[in-house]
Design a protein around this ligand. Structure first.
Ligand code: SAM
Ligand code: SF4
Length: 333
C-alpha cells in the first residue's frame, strides 16, 4: 500500500495548513467576535508535538506546509520551530514552508523568517485607509502592518496580499489596494467571505460576490484571464494597467473543490478535511497515546475517509446561520 494520503475521491493530499495558535492581536469583524474566549495553553500542541505531526504528514506525501492561526507570529517560539522544520527543505522531503500573517509582528521577524528558509508569505490586508482598517480589524494597527510589509519586502520575502471583499466594508477600497500592491510587485488575491462562526454582524451585510467586484474593476482596468496557478483555488487575471496579477477565490459563487489537495489541522491537533464541514479526527489523542506512531497513522487513514467531495457554503438571506459553528481563526485560514 502506498503511504500517500489520498481521499476516497482519489485526491492526493499534498498540502497541510497548520494552525499554531487560535490567538490574535486583531479582531477582524468577519473572522472573530470582539470578545473571544481563547483556548487554555495546555490544550495547544507543543512545538515538539507539532514537529512530530509535520514529520508524519511529510512521510505520507505532504510537500507544502502553511503555518497559520489565529496570528501565527504571536506564538512565542515560532521561529525556532520553523528553523527546525526547515530540515525537511534541506533534505528535499518538503517543497515549501510558508505563512499566512496579518503582518503586525512582521517587522520583528522578517529577517529571521528568511533565514529559516521561508521565501513566500501571504499577508492579509483589507484596507489602506486607517479608519476603515481600524473598523474592520477593531484595532488601529495599519501603520504597524505597513511597517511589517516594508520589512518583509526589504528582507526579500515574496509577498501576496489577501483581501476579503466586504460589501459594506472595503469594496470601494479594492482598486486602491490593488494599485498599491502591484506597484510594490506583490500579487493580490480577493476572497469571498465565508459563513464560519457566529460574529457580531450579519454575514448577509458583509457578502459581496466577486463577480460583482470584478465587474466594478472591469470598468476601470483591463483584466486578462491567465492560466497561471499557484496550486490553490485562486483563478488569476493579469491587469494591463498595473502589470500585476489579481487572483479570485470564490468559495461561494464558483466551487473549486474538485482539485482540493489540502487538509487543515488546528492548534489542538484536530484535523478538518474541509473548511465547510464539522467532521474532524483528533490527532492530539493519537499523538498523546501510548503508541503515537501507529495511532497517528491510523487516525490519518480515518480522516481521509471523511473528506467530503465539496463544501456547500451559501449566504442567501439576512439572518442565515453560519455553515459551520467554528470561526476561521480556529481552523486556520
Ligand atoms: N491572522 C492571519 C491572517 O489574518 O492572515 C492568519 C489567519 S486568518 C484566519 C487567515 C485568512 O482567513 C485571512 O486572509 C483572513 O482574511 C481569512 N478569513 C478569516 N475569516 C474569514 C471568513 N469568514 N471568510 C473568508 N476569509 C476569512
Ligand atoms: Fe486575526 Fe487573521 Fe482573524 Fe484577522 S483574519 S482576526 S488577523 S486571525
Amino acid at each position: 500500500m502506498s503511504d500517500q494520503l489520498t481521499d476516497k475521491f482519489g485526491r492526493d493530499i499534498t498540502y497541510l495548513r497548520l494552525s499554531v495558535t487560535d490567538r490574535c492581536d486583531l479582531r477582524c469583524t468577519y473572522c472573530m467576535a470582539e470578545n473571544m474566549t481563547f483556548l487554555p495553553r495546555k490544550d495547544l500542541l507543543s512545538f515538539e508535538e507539532l514537529d512530530f505531526l509535520c514529520d508524519a504528514f511529510i512521510a505520507r506525501g505532504v510537500r507544502k506546509i502553511r503555518l497559520t492561526g489565529g496570528e501565527p507570529l504571536v506564538r512565542k517560539g515560532l521561529l525556532p520551530f520553523i528553523e527546525k522544520l526547515s530540515r525537511h527543505l534541506k533534505t528535499d522531503r518538503l517543497d515549501e514552508i510558508t505563512l499566512t500573517t496579518n503582518a503586525t509582528q512582521l517587522a520583528k521577524f522578517a529577517d529571521e523568517l528568511v533565514h529559516t528558509g521561508v521565501e513566500r508569505i501571504n499577508i492579509s490586508l483589507d484596507s489602506l485607509d486607517r479608519e476603515v482598517f481600524a473598523r474592520l480589524s477593531r484595532r488601529d494597527a495599519l501603520g504597524q502592518v505597513l511597517s511589517g510589509i516594508e520589512a518583509g519586502l526589504k528582507a526579500g520575502l515574496k509577498i501576496k496580499i489577501n483581501t476579503v471583499a466586504l460589501k459594506n466594508g472595503n469594496a470601494k477600497d479594492i482598486p486602491d489596494i490593488m494599485r498599491w500592491a502591484h506597484s510594490l510587485s506583490m500579487d493580490m488575491t480577493l476572497i469571498e467571505v465565508m459563513p464560519m462562526g457566529e460574529i457580531a454582524q450579519d454575514r448577509f451585510d458583509q457578502y459581496i460576490p466577486l463577480s460583482e467586484v470584478r465587474e466594478n474593476l472591469d470598468d476601470q482596468f483591463t483584466l486578462v484571464d491567465t492560466p497561471y496557478r499557484t496550486g490553490g483555488p485562486a483563478r488569476y487575471v493579469q491587469v494591463n494597467e498595473t502589470g500585476g496579477r489579481l487572483g479570485f477565490i470564490t468559495p461561494l459563487t464558483n466551487n473549486f473543490c474538485a482539485g482540493c489537495n489540502r487538509v487543515r489541522v488546528t492548534c489542538t491537533g484536530q484535523i478538518y478535511m474541509c473548511l465547510g464541514q464539522d467532521d474532524r479526527v483528533d490527532l492530539r489523542a493519537a499523538i498523546r497515546s501510548k503508541t503515537p506512531q501507529e495511532a497517528l497513522y491510523a487516525a490519518l487513514n480515518k480522516a481521509m475517509i471523511s473528506k467530503p467531495e465539496a463544501h456547500d457554503f451559501k449566504i442567501r438571506k439576512p439572518g442565515d446561520a453560519p455553515a459551520v459553528a467554528r470561526h476561521m481563526s480556529v481552523t486556520g485560514g
